[in-house]
Ligand binder design. Structure first.
Ligand code: G4P
Ligand code: NA
Ligand code: NA
Length: 190
């Protein structure tokens, strides 16, 4: 997606060869016009596919997911991260380990908002090692919901996430694929 790639080149900062900082438009400050374009683009890709719900994870997945939901006229649910969830029969829960942050989060969605018969478009801001997406997939499985695809704003293609998800049979669809951050340079693939 061209507008996104241009924004990444203009405002993205390479922190080291593994981390791309995009906090001026995606992960801290949000550019609503860009999010709107993202929403329109993804909605166009998935119209007529029978998607019933957009599912993401707090916090930085929420902005793109909300605009995708707006343009698809679908509800958006975000998994919450909680350090110590008490047992609650209404919650679907999963553990997500972050290699980047080296913490494990329990993530949860109420069974009111994700149900059997739902066909889900999973959305996230970044795809790195795929653990957040796997956690969301696990919540969908627990609910008995199916998954249409995993829609990612920025994929770091030099990390394992895409392969992990594709090997499990899921369709991964990324709006920008970063092939390398070496030498302080952002290189896209495709
Ligand atoms: P994974 O889910 O694909 O395995 O990724 P990983 O655990 O490595 O990522 C953990 C967190 O770091 C995620 O945010 C993810 O969005 C973010 N992240 C990963 N790589 C990058 C990067 O290159 N740049 C930026 N800006 N963020 C990155 P989170 O901690 O789950 O949540 P939140 O920050 O959205 O609240
Ligand atoms: Na993030
Ligand atoms: Na995220």
């Amino acid at each position: 997606m061209d507008a996104l790639k241009q924004m990444i080149l203009k405002q993205g900062k390479v922190l080291d060869e593994n981390i791309l900082k995009v906090d001026s438009f995606l992960t801290h400050q949000i550019d609503p016009k860009l999010m709107d374009k993202i929403g329109r683009h993804v909605a166009n890709t998935y119209k007529n596919k029978g998607v019933t719900k957009i599912v993401t994870i707090e916090s930085s997945g929420i902005a793109p997911a909300a605009f995708i939901g707006l343009h698809m006229d679908l509800p958006v649910v975000f998994a919450r991260k909680q350090k110590s969830l008490t047992m609650n029969s209404e919650l679907l829960m999963s553990e997500v380990y972050s290699f980047t942050k080296q913490v494990t989060n329990t993530i949860a969605i109420s069974n009111k908002y994700l149900q059997e018969g739902d066909n889900v478009l999973v959305v996230d801001d970044f795809l790195a090692n795929g653990q957040a997406a796997l956690g969301l997939i696990e919540l969908c499985k627990q609910a008995g919901a199916s998954i249409e695809a995993i829609s990612i704003v920025i994929e770091k293609s030099f990390q394992e996430g895409r392969k992990l998800l594709e090997d499990k049979g899921y369709k991964v669809d990324s709006l920008a694929r970063v092939g390398s951050l070496k030498n302080n340079q952002i290189q896209f693939i495709d």
